[in-house]
Design a protein around this ligand. Structure first.
Ligand code: 13P
Length: 333
C-alpha cells in the first residue's frame, strides 16, 4: 500500500518546495498573452518545458503541479514530463478541479466543480504518473458582505469530498482554498477570513473522515487587499499569517504550502522568509511550511522568454535565480 503520509511529508525537505505549473488552458492563455506571447497547445508545451526542462531544479523542487494535458506531453528532450521529473526525484502532481462557476445561492461568489467523474479521472492520472493532486477553491473578500458562510461551507464540503476520493485512489491531496488578494480589505480581515475558511474546511474533513496526516494545505498569506493603501511589512504578514494558521490547522496535517497570489516575486520571497524565520524563532510551527508558487516563480522568466527559442537560456537563468531565493527563504537552517 502507498504510504501517503510519507509522500506528503517528503515535499518538505529542507529548502525544497513546489512549482505550480498547472495553469488551465484559459489561465495559461491569459498569462502568456500578458507577456505578448500568442498561445496554442505547442506554445503551452514550450512554456512548460521552459521550467520543467531547466537544469538543477531538483535542488529546490520536491514537486511540480501539472495541468492535465502536460501529463501526456514530452519535453524538448523527448521524455515525458512526468518521467523527467520523477527521474530527478521531483513528484509530479496534477490539478484535478475543473474550474469554477457562480454559486446559485450567492451569485457573486464562485464554487469549484469537478467531483462528478473524479474517481475515473484519478485512476487515469495515477496511471500517467501523478502521485499527488490539487483542488482550488476561491474565496473573495468584499467588505463585510463577502465571503458568505454558505459559500465557504459549500467549497469546504467539496474540498473534503475531493480529498476523500484522492486518498482512496492512493494519491496525496493538496487542498487550496485561496482567499483572494484583490479588494480594499485590511490584513486583519484577510487573517480572519483565512482562519474561518480553514476552520470550516477542517470540520468538513472530519465529517467526511479524511485522514489529516496525508493532507497538504495550500493557503494565501494574510495580506492587505491589493486595492488598499496599506503596504504590509513582512513581519506583519508573518505574524498574522501564522496566527491564522495556528488557530485553524490541526497539528497532524502533513504540511502547509503558500501560493503567491499576485504578490511580486520579491514580496512573495520576503514575506515567505519572514514567515519561516518567525516560525523558527518561536520554536517552529506544528507543521512544516514551504512554497507552491506559480506567478512569483515564473513571471520574471516569462518576461524574458517572450516565446522565443533564443531567449530560453536567459529566461531559465532568471527562473533559477528566483527559485534559489525562494528556496533560501524556507531554509533558515
Ligand atoms: P500563484 O502562486 O500565482 O498564486 O499560483 C498558485 C496556484 O497554484 C494558484 O492555484
Amino acid at each position: 500500500m502507498t504510504d501517503l503520509v510519507a509522500i506528503a511529508r517528503s515535499f518538505f525537505a529542507p529548502g525544497k518546495g513546489l512549482l505550480a505549473a498547472d495553469e488551465s488552458v484559459e489561465t495559461a492563455t491569459i498569462r502568456l498573452a500578458s507577456h505578448g506571447i500568442q498561445t496554442g497547445e505547442e506554445m503551452r508545451r514550450q512554456f512548460r518545458d521552459l521550467f520543467i526542462g531547466a537544469e538543477g531544479i531538483e535542488e529546490s523542487l520536491s514537486g511540480v503541479i501539472l495541468f492535465t494535458e502536460t501529463l501526456r506531453e514530452k519535453g524538448n528532450d523527448k521524455k515525458l514530463f512526468t518521467k523527467s521529473l520523477t527521474t530527478r526525484g521531483i513528484h509530479p502532481g496534477v490539478k484535478v478541479d475543473l474550474g469554477t462557476e457562480p454559486f446559485p445561492t450567492s451569485p457573486h461568489e464562485l464554487i469549484t466543480k469537478g467531483l462528478f467523474d473524479l474517481p475515473e479521472r484519478l485512476a487515469e492520472y495515477k496511471k500517467q504518473g501523478a502521485v499527488f493532486t490539487k483542488w482550488r477553491a476561491i474565496i473573495r473578500i468584499d467588505g463585510d458582505t463577502l465571503p458568505t458562510a454558505v459559500a465557504i461551507y459549500e467549497n469546504a464540503k467539496r474540498l473534503a469530498s475531493y480529498a476523500r476520493e484522492v486518498q482512496m485512489a492512493g494519491l496525496v491531496p493538496i487542498l487550496e482554498p485561496e482567499v483572494l488578494l484583490g479588494g480594499k480589505h485590511s490584513r486583519r480581515r484577510a487573517r480572519a477570513v483565512i482562519e474561518e475558511t480553514l476552520g470550516v474546511l477542517f470540520s468538513a474533513l472530519e465529517e467526511q473522515s479524511v485522514d489529516r496526516a496525508s493532507v497538504i494545505v495550500k493557503t494565501a498569506m494574510a495580506l492587505s487587499g491589493s486595492d488598499s493603501e496599506k503596504k504590509d511589512t513582512p513581519l506583519e504578514v508573518a505574524e498574522d499569517t501564522i496566527a491564522a494558521l495556528v488557530a485553524s490547522v490541526p497539528r497532524q496535517v502533513a504540511g502547509i504550502v503558500f501560493l503567491s497570489g499576485g504578490q511580486t516575486p520579491d514580496q512573495a520571497t520576503d514575506n515567505l522568509s519572514a514567515i519561516c524565520r518567525l516560525s523558527k524563532e518561536n520554536g517552529g510551527t506544528p507543521w512544516p511550511l514551504t512554497f507552491s508558487y506559480a506567478r512569483a516563480l515564473q513571471d520574471e522568466a516569462l518576461g524574458m522568454w517572450k516565446g522565443k527559442k533564443e531567449n530560453v537560456p536567459a529566461a531559465r537563468a532568471a527562473f533559477l535565480a528566483r527559485l534559489a531565493k525562494v528556496s533560501a527563504a524556507v531554509d533558515h537552517s
